[in-house]
Design a binder for this molecule. Structure first.
Ligand code: ATP
Length: 922
């Protein structure tokens, strides 16, 4: 490329001091055409992709070493040194070996969790609208190069640093860069070269968000050369691995650690005072600490949440903030948009009302082979001027395109609402090209939910101009005083008649748009909201069918059974919304209560809270009302998930407990604040995510239900032995072995349990539920006592038998503990059902875990090498009969307890579908 060297020289240019043309010229870019594909290729080679280099993470070695930076690890390392100091080299190396393996396992688990979450970063691609080779294209932002012409509109994330060439009420929120939270009004004039970054109002910076208006700019810097790239590395997708629950667990583990350490110290001192030699007491104290502390707990929680994130991603829900995984499980209300989320966003014009007549349009989807009928007979469209004008307005006041791919399949570029209008006009034989030639577009007021209309100004140089406008019926009727009749004459408008007609269409579930026009003088060349405020002539109405997504009907029913209320919050007409709501079963067989934004406005906070709870459909709702509704629901104790796509939805998404953004149609602004992004924009994916969220929590609670009683059992055995001054039934190295083997091979497999079949028939989890519930404490006591009795019974029996040595008795005790833990693991597979109900082999990880545990236990018991390392000895056959019996006994007792407990609690299955506030705690 001839001028490429001068392009390189531009890196240090003060772009804000240059005029727009001069900037574009320096970048060898023609703003009205953009770069050619050849130029893009050259520049891509020269400047690289438009992406920031990831922040450097600590090296793998440091991450591994950090695994030792935990109180328990310190204790174990100190124990290693003391044991070595006492000359017990084998024990010292075994302790260190176990510590080392633990660190490796922790490191691998953490790496896996981080990788899983990082992988999601690549699933959300940001796109940009560019002008290249004279065409407007949507491309992945990574493909931008300096000199590209980028078009911005409200809701966009600025994809690279730009020198603005044009703008219209453009406001950009630059908080990410400058910390300034008030949006900056942009302009295009040159500025003094000394202007500081925050004052360079003619530039748009990568990573900032367009909060209003539109603009056009030429790319001046990409990737690391942007202002953001120079100060920060890649902004991570998921902020960190901490969640309220992991914090709760970490806090709990820390407290437990202190309690156990305190106990160990006390026992150590008491033993010495009693005259026991200190090395012996030290070993006993270490054994207690090692046996009682559930060291695997925090890591397991993180890994389980990460598994949940992956499962959700597979079901089209990408988690941006890890706490969302848990909050999803306690969601009590889901507030969903209608268009595209509950419906297919595949619009077809079915009815047109123009010139006092109602027409039907045949055909479905974006296929052109339909006809326009009046009373079942095809019509000649030209005979009704109002009809042809309505269709023409739909074609001209339109920013979307239909693209037919190689296989003949039609796809929409832009808004499906508008695409449907193109299809309807083409069914009537109108040609977009011809119309645009006679009425070229001069100016646009793009559609924004706030105004609910779009307007365009058309005309040729010296000829009279025409404004076409389309939008919500009530909004346009306010602006119209007259209407066009069949013959093309302007006559007074019968507002009530038109409104009635529109309502009938809406009752049939159609999304109705009104069309109007306003002639302007030949010298008129600009278009502002004031130009369409009044004096319009109504042309007609078009009613579009947007069928519900079939999978949503099932998902809504599942939510109801799960005690989750689904509410529709839409910008559409109340009758359309109600019709769709009843089609998807939102009312659950009862009449649907619907409220409009205007009705909500009149309510005070208390009444609004009642309304928010009782109504199912909220129509014509303004974004700021969404915020009020969420606050009202939260005030009543609800955990609210809320969807949104427009830039004005961002505050509501932030306020919601789970802000859900749309991956396809959502703006970058909403994606930026959301906790979760739906890659398919589908309500059913929210329901799927809730299901996964519940699954994650279920499995976590199963793991906790397993680990606390098993650790409790071991702690109790040691405590009793030490206090009673009995020989320790297990040595510290044996306890380390026990902890390592069982937590890893047994406990961890619970996090892979498949979701229980009735998971969506229970009430939502109460997020305030304490970690230690009454039932968990009871279970801990029960299992601990069985372990205690089993272990001491066996220990005493073994010791009493002639010829049995202490090593053999201890080996038998370790085996009885592992057996109790194995059978108890089967109990923990479900909190309410027996293992046989959920399928004995439905968790292959668990089956493999049990098999491996017993393979290594046999090695532990019979292999001479492990015998030497762990002071174990082969166990007699009779002892095995005892060991297995204790296991079976545990299983039976816990199953009985589960049954009694569930019976007292009553089955959860018939939980009332409209249960409102969060579920109960144990
Ligand atoms: P939801 O909030 O459930 O997605 P929605 O898509 O209908 O509903 P908005 O996009 O805010 O909500 O639209 C509100 C109203 O604005 C629509 O009912 C329609 O009357 C009008 N409207 C929608 N799209 C356009 C458009 N492209 N041009 C003109 N008017 C539109």
């Amino acid at each position: 490329m001839s001028g490429s060297s001068s392009l390189d020289d531009t890196v240090q240019v003060d772009w804000h001091a240059l005029a727009p043309d001069a900037a574009a010229k320096l970048l060898q870019s023609n703003p009205s055409i953009g770069l050619t594909m050849g130029e893009v290729g050259d520049r891509m080679q020269r400047f690289g992709a438009n992406q920031m280099t990831a922040q450097k993470r600590p090296s793998e070695l440091i991450r591994f070493v950090l695994q030792f930076h935990q109180p328990l690890m310190y204790i174990l390392l100190i124990s290693t040194v003391i044991t070595a100091g006492m000359g017990k080299w084998v024990d010292a190396s075994v302790i260190f070996g176990v510590v080392f393996i633990n660190a490796i396992v922790g490191y691998l688990q953490e790496a896996k969790a981080e990788k899983a979450i990082e992988a999601l970063a690549n699933m959300v691609v940001t796109e940009a609208t560019v002008r290249r080779g004279g065409e407007k294209l949507r491309i992945v932002s990574v493909q931008l190069v300096p000199g590209d012409v980028v078009l911005l509109q409200s809701g966009d994330r600025v994809p690279a640093d730009l020198r603005l060439l044009q703008q219209r009420s453009l406001q950009i929120e630059e908080a990410a860069l400058t910390g300034e939270s008030v949006p900056v009004a942009k302009q295009t004039d040159p500025l003094p070269s000394e202007a500081i970054l925050a004052d360079r109002t003619n530039l748009a910076f990568a990573g900032t968000m367009v909060s209003a208006g539109q603009g056009e700019g030429v790319v001046i810097a990409t990737g690391d050369r942007t202002a953001m790239g120079r100060i920060a590395g890649l902004i991570s997708l998921v902020e960190d691995l901490q969640t309220p629950f992991t914090r709760k667990i970490a806090q709990f583990s820390r407290r437990l650690l202190y309690v156990i350490l305190g106990l160990a110290v006390l026992i150590f001192i008491a033993g010495i005072l009693r005259g026991t030699p200190w090395p012996e007491m030290l070993i006993a104290a270490i054994a207690l600490a090692v046996g009682a502390i559930p060291e695997g707990l925090p890591a397991v929680v993180t890994i389980t949440l990460a598994i949940g994130v992956l499962r959700m991603a597979r079901r089209h829900a990408i988690i941006r903030k890890l706490p969302a995984v848990e909050t999803l499980g306690s969601t009590t209300v889901i507030c969903s948009d209608k268009t595209g989320t509950l419906t297919q966003n595949q619009m077809t014009v079915q009815e047109i009302h123009a010139g006092g007549r109602l027409y039907h349009v045949t055909g479905s989807g974006y296929e052109m082979d339909g006809k326009i009928h009046f009373k079942h007979a095809p019509v000649i469209v030209g005979e009704n001027v109002a009809l042809i004008e309505t269709l023409g307005a739909g074609l001209l006041c339109n920013d979307s395109r239909l693209v037919v791919d190689a296989s003949g399949h039609t796809t929409v570029q832009g808004d499906p609402t508008e695409a449907a209008l193109i299809v309807a006009a083409q069914k009537a034989g109108l040609s977009e090209q011809e119309l645009s030639r006679s009425w070229p577009r001069i100016q646009t007021i793009p559609f924004e939910s706030e105004y609910r209309y779009m307007a365009t100004l058309h005309g040729n140089d010296a000829e009279p101009k025409m404004i076409y406008i389309k939008g919500a019926v009530e909004v346009l009727l306010e602006k119209c005083t007259q209407a066009l009749n069949e013959a093309g004459e302007v006559a007074p408008m019968d507002k009530a008649l038109v409104l009635g007609e529109a309502e009938e269409m809406a009752t049939r579930g159609l999304r109705v748009l009104a069309f109007a026009r306003r002639p302007m003088a030949p010298d008129h060349c600009c278009l502002e909201h004031e130009h369409v405020a009044a004096g319009l002539t109504l042309l007609g109405l078009q009613g579009k069918l947007d069928p519900p997504r079939p999978e949503v009907i099932k998902a809504v029913a599942k939510c109801r059974a799960a005690g989750i209320n689904v509410k529709m919050i839409t910008g559409d007409h109340v009758l359309t919304a109600k019709a769709i709501a009843s089609q998807i079963g939102l009312g659950g067989g009862t009449a649907i209560i619907a409220l409009t934004g205007r009705e909500l406005e009149a309510l005070d906070d208390e009444d609004l809270a009642d309304a928010a709870e009782n109504a199912t459909v909220f129509a014509r709702v303004a974004p700021e009302q969404k915020l009020r509704l969420i606050k009202a629901l939260q005030g009543r104790g609800h955990v609210v998930a809320m969807t949104g796509d427009g830039v004005n939805d961002a505050p509501a998404l932030k306020q919601a407990d789970i802000g859900v953004a749309m991956g396809i149609t959502g703006t970058d602004v909403t994606k930026g604040v959301a906790d979760m992004i739906l890659t398919d924009d589908n309500f059913a994916s929210i329901e799927a995510a809730v299901e996964e969220g519940r699954g994650v929590f279920d499995n976590l609670s199963k793991f906790i239900l397993w680990i606390l009683p098993t650790n409790g059992g071991v702690a109790l055995i040691l405590l009793v032995a030490i206090i009673a001054g009995i020989t320790l039934p297990m040595l510290p190295t044996q306890l380390l072995w026990l902890n390592l083997v069982t937590a890893l091979l047994l406990g961890l497999t619970l996090v892979f349990e498949p979701k229980e079949s009735d998971i969506m028939q229970r009430p939502p989890r109460d997020p305030k539920e304490p970690l230690l519930t009454r039932s968990l404490l009871m279970r801990t006591a029960l299992v601990s006592l069985i372990s205690l009795a089993g272990a001491f019974g066996l220990f005493a029996w073994e010791k009493g038998i002639e010829g049995t040595n202490l090593d053999e008795a201890r080996t038998a005790v370790v085996n009885v503990i592992v057996m109790v833990q194995t059978f108890y693991l089967l109990n923990c597979r479900s909190r309410s059902h027996s293992m046989f109900f959920i399928g004995a082999f439905s968790n292959p990880w668990l089956v493999a875990g049990i098999a491996s545990t017993w393979l290594v236990q046999i090695a532990f018991t019979y292999s001479p090498v492990l015998n030497r390392l762990f002071h174990t000895a082969p166990v007699r056959a009779e002892a095995w009969a005892y060991i297995v019996s204790i296991g079976i006994f545990t299983f039976a007792v816990v199953e009985l307890e589960k049954w009694l407990y569930c019976r007292a609690r009553r089955p959860l299955k018939n939980y009332p579908a409209d249960a409102s506030v969060a579920g109960r705690s144990d």
